[in-house]
Ligand binder design. Sequence first.
Ligand SMILES: [Fe+2]
Ligand SMILES: [Fe+2]
Length: 223
Amino acid sequence: MVAVSHPAQSDASTTDALHTCIALLSTVHGYRDGYTVEHEDRVTMLAVGIGTQLGFGAPRLAILRMAAIVHDIGKIAIPAEIIGKSGAYTDAEYALMKGHCLVSYNILSRLNTTWPIAEIAYQHHERLDGSGYPRGLFGSDILLEARILAVADVYDAMTSVRPYRPGLPRDFVLGELHQMAGHLLDPDAVDACRNIALRNLSTAPENPATAWLRPKMSGRQCT
Ligand SMILES: [Fe+2]
Ligand SMILES: [Fe+2]
């Protein structure tokens, strides 16, 4: 288990420096892979909405927001031709793709913070029944923040246009999430996601302390 400390435990200058680092990482990644960064932005809004519905206070939402914005930063280490591939991955390519969680962790663990930003990103493909990756964590060994991120990540991945298929309909995706709730995905987070999607609340309430972290997307090009 990873202890979660809160922003209130650090001074303002450290928090500002951390925000700057996160925004920098997202901006750099956007020039390399605008498609993934736009995905991270949508996931962030949904994850913060889910966290809000689950009763997170502002400090915990700030950590969740920062982790979500850069959760796929590790894809920066994957060749662009694999990221944008329209056909099925080979085993070797899939193994490389799965490695992005560890690369995200390795990058984000360099941040000067005790907040579990790196750990949340590391865990975002873990599943409750241990079938996820990279470590096959089970149930509550997965941080709640990572379980929320997983739901938002799956919802966005399924509803978005992918190189190999169009986006899937909202109601179909919500049905799929319902099937995954309890054994793969956190059921409370799935319920909150459903509430948000059905009410079309794709934009979570902005947290003034971290709203500026949302990168400006204008001018970014998908690779
Ligand atoms: Fe990912
Ligand atoms: Fe993702």
